[in-house]
Design a protein around this ligand. Sequence first.
Ligand code: DC
Length: 221
Amino acid sequence: MSKVVIAVDGPAAAGKSTVSKIIAKKLGYTYIDTGAMYRAYTWYVLFKGVDPKNESECVKLIPEVEIELYPDGKVMCSGHDVTRPIREPLVSSNVSYIASYKAIRLALVELQRKMAEKSSVVMDGRDIGTYVLPNADVKIFQIASVEERAKRRYKENMEKGIKCTYEEIVADVQNRDRIDSSRAFAPLKPAEDSVQLDTSNLTIEESVDAILKIIEEKTKK
Ligand code: DC
């Protein structure tokens, strides 16, 4: 296969980005973190003092929002380096509202599809296998229990110096699961042809190995 497209979807904090990044590096593919794009848009909405629950005001900002993802993980939004601020709890707790607005999704999906045209990619998100790249060669639906996901995200935040409590993370993960799965347009759900991987009891290395095996199997023709 010349150009390979791998879609990794799943709920918040299931370890998709950690695992996808490693897989992309090992295979020499481009990693595209679509969650970072919704987070960057959310950061901009808050930066502008707009209420994230006000759909029409949020949508009005589309022409102003310019998002760039760099290979080293840097995220730029309309001239601001937002790599770190997009991981702050205020962005996390509001991003699902922004991601539920159809006009914003369409704008970001257009960008995501363009990014995937250029090279082999590992793209992670919620709707990659079902909507953004329905013809992806490999579709993974990565899950883990709420407790395990909250534990991982809490540890990650502590390492990054982001202040929060474990209880806040549990509430945020549950709230985002609910909004991401119940939105009308491109909700979080496994693609029919996806392979489900529960990483609750797997280490990062074990998850990477399991996904590499699936990729090898699916792309060996
Ligand atoms: O993967 P993440 O936690 O960084 O994603 C942040 C939010 O963005 C998540 O709550 C749902 C939304 N999202 C989405 O709706 N579609 C995507 N393809 C990626 C993320």
